[in-house]
Design a protein around this ligand. Structure first.
Ligand SMILES: Cc1cc2nc3c(=O)[nH]c(=O)nc-3n(C[C@H](O)[C@H](O)[C@H](O)COP(=O)(O)O)c2cc1C
Length: 348
């Protein structure tokens, strides 16, 4: 097994000294400032390419490079989850009263897209970055090889041992092992099923047996002891998302921050009600009302519910916003991002 000293990072070869990294968070929370703060802590951050055009993503490169030469870029690999039009229309009809309440129109037919996949790959081949990571699916081997040939280290997010083996076979360098506790979308390759409720440290232990690749653990890590436990289980690094949502460098919306900060909010749950793929969020009225009705269907459901979520966020109505959060959200603080990352490394 390629075991490194537990305190080194899987990116030590790139000069990254701390194993505690900032996870990519699409939809606003990840900013260039968050990525550079992660570098300042001795770790590394990932820009979130999801939902952006290639141009919007590229604009962030210069901002990050000015302060942090080593960073990653995360993309959603296409893994379309098709929806029957009848199922789409049934769910749209259930959502219509809420859309009317916010005065928004819903897309009349399913919108399927690939999130500018080819354009973003062209960008990463034309202007290579130190690390590229993928979630939702393993891209074809030749895509991975083309990025590696440009000098990028390729990371694949996986949620179980079978996915880890598929990623290893496709030629990736590092695995990001995402546990069930993680905030936001699950990286699962089989999104019609919810991921199994297995603690992150246990999945790490299983995957370090299944492959020889270095592992970064993610999901529900909110305290130095939890970080130390996954490193003990065999991970060489960790990635945190939720712990950074309230930091000054985060671009999370005011509504999202307010929900994370609200001590009276209860559990997080896995739901497909917002996007048609399993994702972990703080439970609210939208989930209570629509979770049981929601079919699988990504990205069609993401586009379907988006007008409602945007209007609700703008109105500060937390009950119809996707409040992505991991199980440890109540520990998130407003400290500077670099301090949060250093604090989480304190028990290593
Ligand atoms: C708001 C939010 C957005 C996220 N967006 C992405 C993303 O764009 N790409 C990705 O691979 N993972 C995404 N994730 C998952 C994180 O990368 C990471 O796996 C997760 O945050 C780890 O669990 P934690 O939130 O409990 O720390 C997101 C998570 C959150 C909370």
């Amino acid at each position: 097994m390629s075991v490194q000293a537990p305190h080194t990072s899987p990116f030590a070869g790139l000069g990254v000294t701390s194993p505690v990294l900032a996870a990519p968070m699409a939809g606003g929370p990840t900013t260039a400032a968050l990525v550079t703060a992660a570098a300042r802590s001795g770790g590394m951050g990932f820009l979130a390419g999801g939902y952006k055009t290639a141009e919007q993503l590229h604009a962030q490169f210069a901002e990050v490079r000015a302060a942090a030469p080593v960073f990653g870029v995360n993309l959603f690999a296409p893994s379309p989850l098709a929806i029957e039009p009848a199922e789409y229309h049934r769910y749209a009809a259930a959502l219509r009263p809420l859309a009317e309440r916010y005065g928004v129109e819903l897309p009349p037919e399913p919108v399927e897209d690939d999130d500018y996949w080819e354009q973003k790959l062209d960008l990463l081949r034309g202007d290579p970055v130190p690390v590229v990571s993928f979630t939702f699916a393993v891209p074809p081997g030749q895509v991975i090889a083309s990025l590696r040939s440009k000098g990028s280290v390729v990371v694949q997010t996986v949620t179980n041992a079978a996915e880890a083996r598929a990623a290893a076979d496709a030629g990736v360098d590092v695995l990001a092992v995402q546990g069930w506790a993680a905030g936001g979308h699950s990286a699962t390759f089989t999104p019609r099923r919810f991921p199994d409720p297995i603690p992150t440290a246990e999945i790490v232990a299983m995957i370090t047996v299944a492959t020889r690749l270095p592992v970064i653990a993610a999901g529900g890590l909110a305290t130095p002891a939890q970080v130390a436990a996954v490193i003990q289980a065999g991970a060489q690094g960790v990635m945190v998302g939720t712990a950074l949502l309230r930091t000054p460098e985060s671009g999370a919306s005011a509504a999202h921050r307010a929900a994370i900060a609200d001590g009276s909010r209860g559990e997080t749950v896995l739901t497909r009600s917002f996007s048609g793929r399993p994702a972990r969020a703080i439970r609210n009225r939208f989930i209570d009302q629509f979770d049981a009705l929601a079919p699988s269907g990504y990205p069609a459901l993401h586009h379907l519910t988006s007008p409602i979520r945007k209007a609700a966020a703008a109105a500060g109505d937390l009950e119809a916003v996707h409040l992505w959060a991991g199980t440890g959200y109540q520990q998130a603080t407003t400290d500077a991002a670099a301090d949060v990352l250093r604090m989480l490394a304190a028990a290593l």
